[in-house]
Design a protein around this ligand. Structure first.
Ligand code: APR
Ligand code: PHB
Length: 412
């Protein structure tokens, strides 16, 4: 059996695994990335697309921000819509010039695969039977089959970046993991449509028929979401029915509504909040969706994956360069502080903007009052804005071997 050796074995080539691999590469640390899907599948998978200011800064500091600077759409605010009116929350004004950038996660992944390929470090797609072993020893092992050949990689550490359904989290003895979970009684039906976005910024709508979200991917592509029952079969929704419901929920009194176009993708996603702690067992470190899931309302998933791997890269750099182990020991606690704040924000956005089947007429009026307060109070809008653009990273870029965070580069 071909036996390989690396410093860090990385399971999963999503944003967490690819970002970690590149951060390690920039610090001269070797890794092997093993992904069970194909390259095309990973690139084409449609996911969210909102990058916090800090994630944009991170990609730029890592030298992988060219695509983002070319095609990312910088947004300095968003709209909250209810009772037929849109109210703007001005991020730039409320946060001292910060913004978010709309750039599809699949584009981020494409850029990172390109960067990885240019380093000539190992990246295996279409791996089968991926497993990890001896994770509580000083020499954990990553096994998989590729092109019909069984492979074994001896590692110093393993990074479990294999998403919610991966194999790394289940490899940790259940007795040492605490799991915190909340399922929501609805899902999101999402579409991509060939239609120029009719607003320059996102619109989060609370409507008596349920939540709706207006977003975009490019000057030609609109991305829209509708609150639907959980596990709603997508086959229940014809394109005409989707448009009718979108317009019903989103059209405002001043006549604003999304532009209609050909629907080129549609799917239903369940909504869940989930945290597994600690994010480390022995020499296995979980990062991104493998350790935590947020409902998409706060657009935090990819951003949390990025902040986890920044913390992990700093700890591994300190270990290899100075034999310092404290940051490895502190990894989980440091990540979880930011994770729980993002969990709280995502839960709040979700609770504030969706209709719940068990709510009373009182709850509906209270929710309207919440939104009325939010959009009328500078303090409340500042709180939303600073969380939406992203709370500060727990560690500095320099400590992970990167140039200091450059001030945001305008991308439009
Ligand atoms: N072996 C190897 N790879 C695996 C395995 C396995 N057994 N199981 C899953 N994977 C791969 C998946 O195919 C996927 O490419 O791990 C990768 C995990 O990537 P993501 O699910 O994108 O998770 P992550 O990198 O943590 O990024 C978080 O993804 O879910 C979104 O909204 C979320 O934006 C957030 C981001
Ligand atoms: C998206 O553009 O896909 C998107 C935007 C904001 C969200 C979730 C998803 O909160």
């Amino acid at each position: 059996m071909p036996s390989l050796r690396t410093q860090v074995g990385i399971v999963g080539a999503g944003p967490a695994g690819l970002l970690l691999g590149h951060l390690l590469h920039l610090n001269g640390i070797d890794s092997v990335i093993v992904e069970n899907r194909s390259r095309d599948y990973v690139i084409d998978r449609v996911r969210a697309g909102v990058l916090e200011q800090g994630t944009v800064d991170l990609l730029n500091a890592m030298g992988v921000g060219a695509g983002l600077q070319r095609a990312g759409l910088r947004h300095e605010g968003l709209y909250v819509s209810f009772n037929g009116r849109r109210h703007r929350v001005d991020f730039a004004e409320l946060t001292g010039g910060k913004a978010i950038t709309v750039y599809g996660q699949n584009e981020v992944v494409r850029d990172l695969i390109e960067a990885r390929t240019a380093t000539a470090r190992a990246l295996y797609f279409d791996a089968e039977d991926v497993s990890v072993d001896a994770i509580d020893s000083s020499s954990p092992i990553l096994r998989f089959r590729h092109d019909g050949v069984d492979r074994e990689v001896r590692c110093d550490f393993i990074a479990g970046c294999d998403g919610f359904h991966g194999i790394c989290r289940p490899s940790i003895p259940p007795a040492v993991l605490a799991v915190y979970e909340r399922a929501y009684p609805f899902g999101w039906l999402g579409i991509l449509a060939e239609a120029p976005p009719s607003s320059d910024e996102l619109v989060y709508t609370y409507h008596e028929r349920g939540f709706a979200l207006f977003s975009m991917r490019s000057p030609r592509i609109t991305r829209l979401y509708l609150q639907v029952p959980p596990d709603e079969p997508i086959g229940n929704w014809s394109d005409d029915a989707i448009w009718e419901e979108m317009l019903e929920r989103m059209t405002t009194r001043d006549g604003w509504q999304p532009n209609i176009g050909r629907i080129i993708q549609k799917s239903v996603t369940p909504m869940r909040s989930f945290v597994a702690a600690p994010m480390r067992y022995g020499r296995l470190f979980l990062a991104g969706d493998a350790a935590h899931i947020v409902p998409p309302t706060g657009a935090k998933g990819l951003n949390l994956a990025a902040s986890d791997v920044l913390v992990l890269a700093r700890a591994l750099k300190a270990y290899y360069e100075r034999d310092r182990r404290e940051w490895l020991d502190e990894y989980s606690d440091i990540c979880l502080r930011r994770v729980w704040k993002a969990q709280r924000f995502s839960w709040w956005m979700t609770s504030t903007l969706h209709r719940f089947s068990d709510e009373s007429a009182f709850d509906y009026q209270r929710q309207i009052a919440d939104l009325d307060y939010l959009t009328g109070s500078q303090a409340a809008m500042t709180s939303l804005a600073e969380q939406y653009v992203g709370l500060p990273a727990e560690v500095s870029f320099e400590s992970a071997g990167l140039p200091a965070a450059a001030q945001a580069v305008p991308t439009t």
